[in-house]
Design a protein around this ligand. Sequence first.
Ligand code: ADP
Ligand code: MG
Length: 430
Amino acid sequence: MTYNKKSVEDIDVAGKKVLVRCDFNVPVKDGVITDDKRIVGAMKTIQYLVAQGAKVILCSHMGRPHNVLDAELKLDKKEKKKIEALPAEEQEAAKAAALEKGKKDITKLSLKIVADDLAKKGIPVTLAADVIGPDAQAKAAALKEGEVLLLENVRFHAAEEKNDPEFAKALASLAEIYVNDAFGTAHRAHGSTAGVADYLPAVCGYLIQKEIDVMGKALDDPQRPFVAILGGAKVSDKIGVINNLIEKVDTLIIGGGMAYTFFRAMGCSTGTSLCEEDKLDLARELLAKARAKGVNFLLPVDNIIAREYKEDATFMRIYSDSIPDGWMGLDIGEKTQELYSKSIAGAGTVVWNGPMGVSEWENFASGTKAVAKAVADSGAISIIGGGDSAAAVEQLGYADKMTHISTGGGASLEFLEGLELPGIACLLDK
Ligand code: ADP
Ligand code: MG
């Protein structure tokens, strides 16, 4: 998918009310933001708009709150089911308790914590008490040039995720221009991520612009050789990505749990390794497709195997692609690391999604570390997409050596699958 979208720099924002969809869905523990990367990431676009004299209205979701700002508080499907499973005489009380809990989201999942953090970072922000209600309307109307208003959590309304046009229209009516800078939700057609673009001229912010520039270029006009590294737990999570990338890459490197489904498909024994029996035919198809396209398809030649799926499980290295009975493959071996690193070293473009093993556990992290190092040292255009792989790269201290670490797990996967992202498709073309 190639996108050539207008950005904040392509539209006159001075003196205008500009609604910016940010991704402020930050992790919070005991009332403290534990990782402010997303807030830091959003600052460039906000600062540009402030400097241009725009009247800036920020909005975002955080977590999965109840629809606490709707006239009637509804329970989600999961809660409903749980309550319906209870004996009839207990259901009323359980429902009341659940609704009471829902009301607590107003404080628990309020964006106040984000407003405070932005202020600490030098961007003073006023917080509205609602999203499209009277407080948001009054505060938006009173905004002066260069001032910043933050609306409450957009998911306090059920209409947000339903992409209800009335909600989108009400949200849009607060502003004159819409800027989407929330890549992490760009694959969702929600009110604040796509719906508002029906009512306002819509452009992207710097974050989305970088995502589409770097990833779009890598996929459409890559510097070759183009090497894709795919890992993670399951083939089924990455079918679309493998399918799309096979069309484009010179080399496809497979690691992680998904390797064992390919091994089984080729007739190798895989012991108790993660293996998706119902995906064997698909794995064979993908192997055949790679062969037909002349893609160099690399699978591990040695493996770190363990007795059980446990952090401190007994483990050993085997110099084989077959896993003995009673053992499971939890990482790629040294020989494979060497082989993969060599292939990565010669790459012009590298796209990496998914760790090479259970990288959360020290004993099974060396494959992921080796690949991260190889990508960092390669000098290639390097793109990391996927939550766990991005976390591994950051934790290992290689973040600065990568061309681009995508900020959206699901969104970057869908981008790599070649799917259209509604939050980007809705923006004005250049
Ligand atoms: P990403 O978030 O980068 O897209 P995934 O979520 O697809 O990656 O995969 C990461 C998960 O895969 C991790 O939790 C990791 O423990 C798991 N994993 C990797 N290799 C194996 C393996 N050999 N067996 C079981 N789980 C694995
Ligand atoms: Mg993941």
